[in-house]
Design a protein around this ligand. Structure first.
Ligand SMILES: [Zn+2]
Length: 283
C-alpha cells in the first residue's frame, strides 16, 4: 500500500465523518472499513428532497431539479437551477438522474430535460409515470429520449437497470386517497462502496418497507423525510427498517425549519437536518 493512501485512511479513521456528532457510534466503526480518503464523499442539498451525491468522479442527482410548488417547500433559486440545467461547475459530469415521483416539489420535466440536453453522458432512470411526464412536458423530448429509461413500477416490488452505478428501485406507496395513483420510487444507490437510501415521499407505514429487507442493505446514509423522525416511535421504526449509519432529515417545511432542526437534533444527535440550499455533508 502506498504510504500516502495509508495516511489518508488513518486520517479518515480518526476523523470519522464530519456530519456526525462526536459521540462514539457503531456507525463510525463501519465507515472506518471504507477505502476512501476523508472528503471523497460529498452530498449537496438542493431543496426539499433534492440531493447531489458525489463520490470521487461519480455523481448522482436525486429529486434535485424542481421549481416553486407550495410555499412550505424549499426549491433551488433560478440561478442555481439554471446552473444545474446547464451542467455547469460542480453540476457537470452528473452520471445518473433519479426522480422519486412526479410531484412538483421533487421534479420538473423541463428542468430535467434541459440537463439531459446539456450533459453528454447523463441518463435518467425513473418510473413510467415520470417518463410519460417527460414526454408530455419537455418540448425537445425526441432529442433526449435515448437517455430516458423507465423501470417497472409495482408497490412492494423492486427493479434494477444496470447503468454503471448500482441502484435498487423500490416500489413504495405514497399513501392512499389523492396520492394512491402516484408511482413513488425509493432508491438504494451504491456509489463506490457507500450505500445511500432515498425514500421519496413514501408512506410511513411499516408494511411499505417490509418486502425490501432494507435493514440488511448496509445503508450508510439515509435521506429521511423529517416527519418520520418527529417522535420516538418513528425514529425506532427508521432504525428497525433501515438500520442506517447516518440520517439526514429532508423535506423540511421552510416556515418551521429552525424549530424542526432543533427538535430533531435534541432527540437524536446523529440526525443531520438539511435546511440551507447548497449546504453539504462531507465524509
Ligand atoms: Zn409527493
Amino acid at each position: 500500500m502506498k504510504a500516502i493512501n495509508l495516511i489518508a485512511i488513518i486520517l479518515f479513521t480518526i476523523a470519522g465523518i464530519s456530519c456526525a456528532s462526536n459521540s462514539e457510534t457503531s456507525a463510525q466503526t463501519n465507515l472506518e472499513e471504507l477505502q476512501f480518503a476523508k472528503g471523497d464523499v460529498n452530498v449537496t442539498y438542493l431543496g426539499n428532497e433534492g440531493v447531489l451525491i458525489a463520490v470521487k468522479e461519480k455523481k448522482v442527482l436525486i429529486d434535485g431539479l424542481h421549481r416553486k410548488y407550495l410555499e412550505e417547500y424549499a426549491y433551488p433559486p433560478d440561478d442555481l437551477r439554471e446552473k444545474i440545467e446547464q451542467a455547469k461547475g460542480e453540476f457537470s459530469g452528473i452520471d445518473l438522474v433519479l426522480v422519486s415521483h412526479i410531484h412538483g416539489d421533487h421534479f420538473h420535466p423541463e428542468s430535467v430535460g434541459k440537463l439531459l440536453m446539456n450533459e453528454r453522458h447523463v441518463m435518467l432512470v425513473s418510473s413510467p409515470q415520470v417518463v410519460e411526464s417527460m414526454e408530455s412536458g419537455f418540448a425537445d423530448f425526441e432529442k433526449i429520449k435515448g437517455k430516458v429509461n423507465a423501470v417497472d413500477f409495482e408497490i412492494g416490488k423492486e427493479s434494477d437497470l444496470p447503468m454503471g452505478i448500482f441502484v435498487r428501485y423500490l416500489g413504495l406507496s405514497h399513501g392512499s386517497g389523492r396520492h394512491a395513483s402516484i408511482q413513488n420510487l425509493g432508491h438504494v444507490v451504491q456509489v463506490g462502496s457507500i450505500n445511500f437510501l432515498h425514500l421519496g415521499d413514501a408512506d410511513t407505514s411499516e408494511e411499505n418497507f417490509e418486502p425490501f429487507d432494507l435493514e440488511k442493505a448496509n445503508i450508510d446514509v439515509a435521506f429521511i423525510p423529517f416527519w418520520y423522525l418527529l417522535d420516538a416511535k418513528g425514529r425506532e421504526m427508521v432504525d428497525r427498517q433501515f438500520n442506517p449509519k447516518r440520517i439526514i432529515a429532508v423535506h423540511v417545511d421552510v416556515n418551521e425549519a429552525e424549530r424542526i432542526k432543533k427538535d430533531l437534533q435534541a432527540a437524536d444527535p446523529r440526525i443531520r437536518v438539511f435546511t440551507e440550499i447548497l449546504e453539504t455533508a462531507t465524509f
